[in-house]
Design a protein around this ligand. Structure first.
Ligand code: OAD
Length: 229
């Protein structure tokens, strides 16, 4: 079904729930090297290190609660039904815990593991992944369900179809530097969508974005949803 709106969220929407963003002051990638925890090479070289990193993030997640921005997107979804699609770069589960149903985790899901022998074997997981953790379907080795740098994000075909036909594309709380997500705005624009950005920091100029709304997600997202027609 044609979408009225496709939303893309990034780490900024979860910042006020207490989760670290990736870039900028005190960002995740200031504390960890991407090459140590978020590449296929890291998983080959030192799988324990990679699994421990995501175990740590998974364990901390329940302490963080969805905020007003996550909840506002649920309200919009309830209004629009199948005309709404939420694509997130976030691997946290705050959209789901807020109540979002039509969510695609294009960079994976911290609350899932994947089989290394058959990528279609993915399963919910809440504990600590070790080197001994086995795929429940085939007994293969597992890995976090995280799309590492150098890997292809998930659901790309579905996302592109939605972007091609949507009336409005809205990106929220993302620095728009990681591709392919960073290219969604120009793609949607080329196919005729209105493009809106809600973020703490906004660029002085971006030819693909029609509307910029600057502010904290918990303030600007509920307001934007309230005014959405
Ligand atoms: P970034 O950390 O790159 O960007 C976060 C954006 O959120 C910045 O533009 C901030 O200005 C903005 N921001 C911060 N606090 C905010 C708030 N309270 N309200 C609104 N905006 C706020 O995060 P992403 O763009 O999500 O990938 O990063 C993209 C990908 O890079 C991530 O999915 C991750 C990372 O490497 C993987 O791990 C595969």
């Amino acid at each position: 079904m044609k979408k009225r709106v496709v939303i893309l969220t990034g780490a900024g929407i979860s910042a006020e729930s207490g989760l670290r963003t990736f870039r900028g002051n005190d960002g995740m990638w200031e504390h960890e090297n991407i090459e140590d925890v978020c590449t296929p090479g890291a998983l080959r070289r030192d799988p324990k290190r990679v699994k421990d990193f995501y175990n740590f993030l998974r364990k901390g997640l329940p302490a963080h609660k969805p905020n007003a921005a996550h909840l506002a997107l649920v309200e919009l979804e309830n209004r629009l039904g199948d005309e709404f699609l939420l694509v997130t770069q976030n691997v946290d589960d705050l959209h789901e815990r807020a109540g979002s149903k039509r969510v695609l985790h294009m960079h994976g899901d911290l609350m899932k593991l994947r089989c290394m022998s058959d990528a279609s074997h993915e399963f919910s997981f809440t504990g600590e992944e070790t080197l001994e953790t086995k795929c429940p379907f085939c007994g293969g080795k597992t890995r976090p369900d995280i799309v590492f740098f150098e890997e292809v994000p998930l659901y790309m075909e579905e996302i592109q179809d939605a972007l091609r036909e949507c009336e409005e594309f809205v990106y929220i709380g993302t620095s728009s530097v990681v591709y392919p997500a960073a290219g969604f705005k120009s793609f949607a624009k080329r196919f005729g969508a209105k493009v809106t950005c809600l973020n703490l920091e906004i660029p002085s100029y971006d030819p693909d974005t029609d509307v910029f709304i600057q502010g904290k997600a918990t303030e600007v997202v509920p307001e934007w949803v309230k005014n959405f027609k």
